[in-house]
Design a protein around this ligand. Sequence first.
Ligand SMILES: [Zn+2]
Length: 436
Amino acid sequence: MGKQKAQSGRSARGMRRVDLSSIELASSETARNINRDIVLEMIRSHQPVSRAELARLSGLQRSTISLIIEQLIEENWVREGAIARRPRGRRPTLLGLNEDLVVIAADVHPAQSSVAVVDLNGRLLSRSLVPLGADPAAAADLLSDCILRLREKFAGKSLEGVGISLPGRVDPANERLIFAPNLHWPDFDIKKAIEGRTGLPVALENAANACLVAELWFGRMEGVRNAVLITISEGVGTGIFANGHLVTGQHGMAGEFGHAVLDPQGPVCGCGMKGCWETFASCRAALHYYADLSHSSRTLTFQQLLSLAEGGDKHAIEALRLQAEAIGRGMRLILVGLSPEVIIIAGDVTTAWHRFGPIIEEHISRLTLAGPQPRLMPTHEGEVARLRGAAALVLQRRSIHDTGSGQLRGEPARRPRKRKKAQARQPTRKPVMELA
Ligand SMILES: [Zn+2]
């Protein structure tokens, strides 16, 4: 077995690419899966593409490529399509992702859940809203009903599983929701309930971690080894990618910066403490600011608050400014604790980025202790990020399961990254071992 040492290069932005040197210690099975991931990613970014082109792009032998493609076709990830037109010689069959392979993604919030059908390219094929109450068993039933309806509606597609992003922490050991102060659900095995009703495999994860996985799977994280994704909605959650690994901590509880106390005299938080970051920085906090400023008892949604601000309502504008300042103040926790290269913000605030971006950026610039300040990025399309995240859980899990680790933790560093302009450049990662 020949060995090809992994390379660490520098991207155009001067950041270090994924360091795969430790992979030399990995089992050949892991290496085979990494190579398969790389090939899958190349198909995604170059489709339609021939086997010969994949061999050239990856540096793997033709025979290895053929074996990997055989496996990907058998597993339904990849399809053979058109025959390439060539002036002379052999006319290769072109490969592309199987667009008929879909997953159902659910993004759960305290009062409702979005449920979508998402394909392998991250496209949303349908989207529905399911109102949810305080009873998790009833919620599992309502979600199952919706999933079954969607399965019927998309009967022509191959349904891979269900990914659910939750406003709380999921214990990786048993995939049970163990901490969700804004959801107020008693302990309940939602995974088992939905799997039982639908017969489909279900993957659960914290919303911020799910969004982070989506950034790794579909997104813009090429070369990034240290990133923090912050979801701002009813609460504030973070997903941590440190030194190339998703960090979950004991029982999956890592990343609860939203419950770090900024002011012990502050408002009471869902966790029982006072003055947690999220009591100042969440969308719920913004609604409180607005109620105080406008002396109004009108019940608004955050979307309505955003609309009021766009319409020039000065109290709404001020409420959002206070929220943005509070988000910015909390950046200190992230910066001193984790020193990320990239900070990604997800949630409805990203749809009003002109209000939030500059203020958060200013705080980051002021609060960075030393070295270059992290890049600040909003996720695309607000809420869609969380649905893509839920979908990525299923896509990710399937691939990672095959490596024998049994779960996605710790593995995303080895996920293929989508390249913006991959055509003209070398692949991000070199295949680690020749398997011929
Ligand atoms: Zn709290």
